[in-house]
Design a protein around this ligand. Structure first.
Ligand SMILES: NC(=O)c1ccc[n+]([C@@H]2O[C@H](COP(=O)([O-])OP(=O)(O)OC[C@H]3O[C@@H](n4cnc5c(N)ncnc54)[C@H](OP(=O)(O)O)[C@@H]3O)[C@@H](O)[C@H]2O)c1
Length: 320
């Protein structure tokens, strides 16, 4: 192999978490409008599981997954965090679009910046840009102990929600969600979930799970409420007839972070807002665990098995 090489977690075929191999591969080369980062930490996102299984289709193999990194930008040494729409994060060096790279303010740690940007921009964008949350409104958040969810709970509070309900599957997760300032916590498996949500009691239901939970969300909505999906299974039960919505004067919304990234000024604005809240400790990301590159497979397993709370990081600072 000629040229500079780096360590990366590579998959040669789609499949389970056992597919990751730590290998020496050529460093990426930055094209116009791109930059290289010496990565200190890479993040895990739920979408990485779908990519690993080949569920998003079309990804050439071998592949290095990973959609967000923090590190030093080559050339000027600035501390930056970047969202990588083409993957490549589980590696010592990543190639990022300049437009999707943000300088980390001095008052925010690299780990916090990384844990906040992808999932925080999703939570913030969903609540404000699409959900149009107004002060005093009642919000419910599913997977509320997760990467997106635990930030959505804090942001809903910060944005002046009148009541925030967090759904999470274990007692430990629910305790964590309550510690974030949720007014109430619920078990998504509770057979009386709709009753407990208070039918006609939620103005904005932010869901990242889909299926029955999305249905429960609709049943709990107040008139003029919004059912907002940021992710989930996307099966037939996630489809709604217009009549079902009209019966409640309800809105059905779907959010995709890509549309924030497509607008450079908007992305900078959202990142700035998140970091400003982080600097004031009004928004704190929980780091569930930090694993070495060799343990990416185990970390994927933990995320799939619902064992994580907050964000999982991969430490790339080891010897090359
Ligand atoms: N729209 C966008 O642009 C965008 C951007 C980023 C992320 N997302 C989406 O946001 C969601 C959260 O992503 P994340 O990375 O922050 O993950 P995460 O919330 O940290 O992890 C997923 C959580 O979903 C819950 N869950 C419910 N049913 C599950 C099941 N059958 N299998 C696994 N987990 C289940 C679990 O919480 P409980 O055990 O408490 O139920 C689990 O901890 C994902 O759907 C992701 O695709 C969307």
């Amino acid at each position: 192999m000629s040229g500079a090489v780096m360590r990366a977690a590579v998959i040669h075929r789609h499949g389970g978490p056992e597919e990751f191999r730590t290998e020496l591969v050529p460093e990426p080369v930055a094209g116009p409008g791109q930059c290289l980062l010496d990565v200190t930490f890479a993040g895990l996102n739920y979408a990485d599981l779908h990519c690993r299984r080949g569920e998003y289709g079309g990804q050439p193999l071998p592949a290095v997954l990973g959609a967000d990194v923090v590190g030093r930008q080559r050339g000027d040494g600035r501390r930056v965090v970047a969202l990588l729409r083409a993957g490549g994060g589980y590696a010592q060096v990543a190639c990022a679009e300049d437009a999707h790279t943000v300088e980390v303010p001095a008052g925010v740690s690299g780990e916090q910046a990384l844990a906040l940007l992808e999932q925080g921009a999703t939570a913030y964008g969903a609540l404000t840009l699409l959900g149009r949350l107004r002060p005093g409104e009642r919000v419910a958040v599913t997977a509320a102990a997760g990467g997106v969810g635990h930030l959505a709970v804090q942001l809903a509070r910060e944005l002046g929600a009148g009541r925030v309900v967090g759904l999470a599957s274990t007692a430990a997760k629910r305790e964590f969600v309550r510690s974030l300032g949720a007014d109430a916590v619920l078990d998504p498996g509770d057979p009386h979930l709709v009753e407990r949500l208070g039918s006609c009691g939620v103005d904005l239901f932010v869901d990242s799970v889909g299926g029955e939970l999305l249905r429960a969300g609709l049943a709990s909505l107040a008139p003029f409420g919004r059912l907002l999906s940021v992710g989930g299974r996307g099966g037939p039960e996630d489809s709604f007839a217009v009549d079902e919505l009209a019966d409640r004067s309800a809105g059905l919304l779907g959010f995709w972070l890509q549309h924030v990234l497509d607008d450079r000024a908007l992305f900078a604005d959202v990142a700035g807002r998140l970091f400003e809240l982080a600097e004031r400790k009004r928004l704190v990301a929980r780091i569930d665990r930090v694993v070495p590159l060799d343990a990416v497979g185990a970390a994927h397993r933990a995320l799939a098995d619902r064992l994580t709370m907050g964000k999982v990081l991969i430490d790339l600072r080891g010897p090359s």
